[in-house]
Design a protein. Structure first.
Length: 822
């Protein structure tokens, strides 16, 4: 049975050197291929099969497990020392990436450790790859730059390919949408024409009148109901202007008769009143007329007490001004006295209104000039700040035609710009200070002008008043509004006191005049008494009664005709209201119909606008796709240019034909020297591997071999004997361990003594022992069929995969559990 017939294989290393024995074809080499924790190929597992590897990485013991589930692998890594999972149930790619991160083992290093990398069988490309890896330790920075350049070139290639796909898709969309775009453009023009036609139609019609609605029409009909009812209640013909005029003329006739009767009554009443007054006067005069004389004397004495040095003497003349005018002036004083005194108190200047208004006009002109200068200064500052920002953001460049350095677009130096900014800032501050001072002065003058204008309005409002006009004229005479404003209160109090005195004076004067007139009449009437006065009074009273009866009758007839006329007029007005209301009703119905039509047109226009907006948006999207295609083509051109430049740099630095070639050759020479030192430890006679030739200007990675002292070289290591090729491959692996810094990694040797003679086998066994004792390797695993070789490794443990066909050691398979399939 071989490894492929084993159902369970549990293999634990017990010593530094482990020898694996087994017959030919039992799977010893396959065992070495799964020694490292990288995930094996999916084909290596059957359904449900698993692979587990325990390894010590630093101070942590890790468990690597791979399980096949269906058509995929499920991989996990568990930290046994810390008891935490690292990855769980991931795919093989993620698992191998984590193995590389934890252990540093990659696919190339696995092939090197397992012995799958053979220098003698490797092609030129494989040799170039391995010698590049082994030489990078001396050229880490440069090779890193070279790798980044290659990665950049690869990324650019991907970006170019991706952009090309996007361009293809965009071109496909643009080509597919070309006919739609043409049709859409035509449709947009049609929609625009339709919208313009709708707009013209809407503009030609009257606008919407939202005040007219079905409810307003119903209200209009309801408002006509009273007029219709009044018209329907009218019996006979409907009133006309002629009928109403006839009734009005009859009313006028009766009114004239009533007026005549009323005049007659008034005459009789006046005559009766005169007779009764005469009767009372004669009785009074006859009774006592001495009291009237006493009244006249007391009134004269009272009038004599009033002072005569008046400030407003026209108030006491009694010709143009009466008591009622004075009383009205007193009542109006509250309307003008308080605002007038308040505005007088607010005045801060003694100048007149015209002079102040001229000063305001001059200040406005000055303010406009300052504002214009300030704006020009701000414009200049804006340009200077822009120049300074442009100067700071613009880097200096070298002139391609001379050695001069300059900043593109900059004509002034930074100190000149800063000086101009400071000068203009100072000028701007000066202008602002002048403007603020001017505005403060103007505000004070404007307040005085406002107060003077209010005072002027008050004076003009009352200048024609017979009483108040006297007061204002006196104020103007005394310059109260300019230089003597402090005297306003005293003059106002004097005016009020003289108004009160004038009222008393005029009342008493009127009483005196009446008393004197009565006194003259009494003096003339004494001794003249009419004896038939009583009969005259009775006659006038009888005439007055008849005139009153006629007046009552005439008024009754006139009132009846007037009521009839009013009814006729109301009916006629109802007819007119109905006609006007009906006209309004017809107009509102026409407006309502127009509203319906206009709303329908507006709805159609809205629908057209929606369609136009959607079409325009789609057209913009198509135009955007064309613009996007142009941007992508431009981006692709830039990527191609950048990729071309990257390729030029890569070719210039290339290890094959570029700058790194000679440095790699020096590294290859050092690698060959180390490899030859290893060969000297095993090979019995001189055998030296010569570095590859560089005479043709290129590294061909062909390594000749010099045997003993022969001048003729073996063309390449692959031309050596079987034993020599095994030694070349083994020493190349050991050299690669050194060059790559693989310290404390396992070393796997598969039939290392195959084809060797006895002397070289013994030297090889001693060399393997020295490797085991060097401490450079964590384990040595040796696959061998030859007992004379592995028996000399007396401190090794044995793992026997298949006992048939081999000489079994006394002790083997310690730490190994093998369960064969049934």
């Amino acid at each position: 049975m071989g490894l492929h017939e084993i159902e369970t294989f549990d293999f634990t290393l017990k010593s530094t050197v482990t020898i694996i024995l087994g017959g030919n074809g039992c799977g010893k080499t396959s065992l070495l291929s799964v020694f490292l924790p990288l995930a094996p190929a999916k084909s290596e597992f059957r359904e449900g099969g698993s692979y587990t590897n325990y390894a010590l990485v630093g101070d942590d013991r890790l468990k690597f497990e791979v399980l096949r589930r269906g058509s995929s692998l499920s991989c996990s890594i568990f930290n046994i020392t810390k008891g935490v999972p690292i990855v769980d149930s991931v795919n093989a790619k993620v698992y191998n990436s984590m193995v590389e991160q934890l252990t540093g083992i990659t696919k190339e290093i696995k092939e090197l450790i397992n012995g799958e990398t053979l220098l003698t069988d490797a092609t030129t490309e494989v040799r170039r790859k391995w010698f590049t890896l082994m030489s990078e330790s001396d050229l880490t920075y440069v090779v890193g730059c070279y790798r980044r350049l290659r990665k950049l070139a690869s990324s650019l290639s991907g970006a170019i390919e991706h952009t090309g796909r996007k361009i293809g898709e965009a071109k496909m969309r643009v080509v597919d949408d070309e006919e739609d775009r043409a049709r859409l453009e035509v449709r947009l023009k049609e929609l625009d024409a339709e919208l313009q036609e709708l707009n013209r139609t809407i503009e030609a019609r009257p606008g919407l009148d939202n005040a007219v609605s079905v409810d307003s029409i119903r209200k209009r009909i309801a408002s006509l109901q009273p007029a219709v009812k009044l018209i329907m209640e009218r019996y006979g013909v409907l009133p006309s202007d002629e009928l109403i005029n006839e009734f009005q003329s009859r009313v006028v006739a009766w009114r004239e008769q009533a007026a005549s009767a009323e005049t007659e009554c008034n005459m009789y009443n006046k005559e009766l009143s005169q007779l009764l007054d005469e009767e009372s006067r004669q009785a009074y005069l006859m009774r006592n007329h001495t009291g009237l004389k006493q009244t006249i004397d007391s009134l004269k004495q009272e009038l004599a007490t009033f002072q005569q040095n008046w400030m407003f003497p026209a108030l006491f003349e009694g010709t143009r001004i009466d008591v009622d005018s004075i009383q009205n002036a007193l009542n109006d004083a509250c309307n003008w006295n308080l605002p007038l005194s308040m505005h007088l108190d607010q005045l801060k200047t003694t100048e007149r209104l015209g002079a102040l208004e001229k000063r305001l006009q001059g200040m406005d002109l000055t303010s406009a000039g300052l504002s214009e200068k300030l704006q020009r200064c701000e414009n200049v500052l804006h340009g200077l700040y822009h120049d300074r920002q442009h100067f700071l953001e613009t880097a200096e460049v070298d002139c391609p035609q001379c050695n001069r350095r300059f900043r593109p677009g900059i004509r002034k130096s930074l100190p000149e710009i800063e000086k101009a900014i400071n000068d203009n800032e100072g000028w701007k501050k000066q202008l602002k200070d002048e403007m603020d001072s001017l505005l403060r002065d103007r505000k004070e003058i404007e307040e005085d002008v406002r107060s003077l204008r209010t005072i002027r309005e008050i004076v003009m409002s009352y200048s024609n008043h017979p009483v108040v006009g006297l007061f204002f004229r006196k104020l103007q005479e005394l310059d109260i509004f300019t230089t003597a404003r402090d005297r306003y209160g005293a003059i106002a109090r004097a005016f009020t006191e003289e108004l009160d005195s004038a009222m008393m004076y005029l009342r008493q004067s009127a009483k005196l005049a009446t008393a004197e007139r009565e006194w003259q009449e009494a003096v003339a009437a004494v001794g003249n008494v009419d004896g038939a006065l009583s009969q005259k009074i009775e006659h006038i009273r009888s005439q007055l009664d008849g005139a009153n009866r006629r007046l009552i009758e005439y008024r009754r007839q006139a009132n009846e005709l007037e009521r009839e006329t009013i009814q006729l007029q109301q009916t006629k007005e109802a007819i007119e209201r109905f006609q006007k209301g009906y006209e309004h009703l017809v107009s509102e119905m026409n407006i309502s119909v127009n509203n319906v039509v206009v709303r329908e047109l507006l709805n159609r226009r809205e629908a057209k606008l929606d369609a136009y907006t959607s079409a325009r948006e789609r057209f913009r999207q198509m135009e955007g796709a064309i613009a996007r295609l142009a941007e992508l083509e431009k981006e692709q051109a830039e990527l191609l240019k950048e990729h071309h430049h990257a390729r030029l740099i890569i070719n210039a630095v290339s290890p094959e034909k570029g700058l790194l070639r000679r440095y790699f050759y020096a590294a290859i020479t050092r690698i060959m020297d180390l490899m030859n030192r290893y060969i000297e430890m095993v090979w019995a006679y001189p055998m030296q591997v010569i570095p590859c030739d560089l005479t043709d200007g290129d590294l061909d990675y062909t390594f000749p071999v010099r045997l003993k002292d022969h001048e003729e070289l073996v063309p390449d290591v692959k031309k050596g004997s079987k034993a020599q090729r095994i030694i070349f491959n083994m020493m190349f692996r050991l050299t690669a361990y050194k060059a790559l810094g693989l310290q404390n990694y396992p070393l796997l040797l598969d039939e290392p003594s195959e084809g060797m003679d006895e002397e070289h086998k013994n030297r090889l066994v001693n060399f393997i022992k020295s490797l085991a004792l060097s401490g450079e390797f964590s384990q040595l695993l040796v696959v061998s069929h030859e007992a004379e070789v592995h028996s000399k490794l007396n401190e090794a443990t044995y793992c026997v995969v298949e006992p048939e066909g081999v000489t079994l050691p006394p002790v083997y398979n310690e730490g190994v559990i093998i369960k064969y399939a049934s």
